[in-house]
Write a new protein. Sequence first.
Length: 291
Amino acid sequence: MKLSVIVPVFRTEATLKRCLDSILNQNLPDFELIIVNDGSDDGSGLICEQYAEKDNRIRVIHKENGGLSSARNKGIALSQGEYITFVDSDDELASGTYKDVLSEIGDSDIIEYPIAGRLSLESREYSDMKEYWLREKVYTHTYVWNKIFRRTLFDGVRFPEGKVFEDAYILPHLLNRSRKVKTTGKGSYLYHFNPNGITATADGHKLAQLLEAHLTSNMPIDDRFYMHLANIQIDVYEQNGGQIKLPRRHVKLNGLNNKQKVKATIINLLGINYLCKISKILHLASRKTKY
């Protein structure tokens, strides 16, 4: 078995058929499709069973609702492929993606491919995971669904249950176990924005978990990554208040855009604490002028 494709499903009857059809039409015979129905109370479970009856490459697991991490972990435990990948049930794949990407994987432990309209990649190879993390700005696209992983990377590693932004937590662990990572311009993951998804509905408490995931990952932080973290910290402070977790740092202005340079200058002169406070005051003031 070359590839295990894991699809967690929860209340996605409107998009599920589109997703499953795109996987089954990949023109890749040697794969299994593991669908984990995570306690859906709509028609998703029935759709899963209907597809399984027509294709013996499909296995369906019905479980009580436990969240995205729980569903993915269930799929990992049952997988038999040499490689593992994930698809969210409201998304889909461009035709031929898996065949094209697997033809490029070679002896790599992870290969990452493009996201239509959101992420373009060139063909590169990395044996230094820190270089991959910073050069490709992986911290901005830690998604597991546009990557294919050697299954043994998950030995003793699972998605954190009870957390959001679970991809940001687990990817650094998988990179620490990897010897080689590739990027390719072949293939395409077709992401569909979900207004009810984690990214769209992330409040201060959820964003605090994203910040925590990055700060506890042991991945290197350069100035661009730091400014990315500063933006998350600003949002967390504005919505939650409380202690500021991001440590102070002197940021070089080279390579930053004008908006980042303003923020970095404030950080260098006054610190991240003052930047968060200033940003909160400015946002509150701009809201008052609208009413």
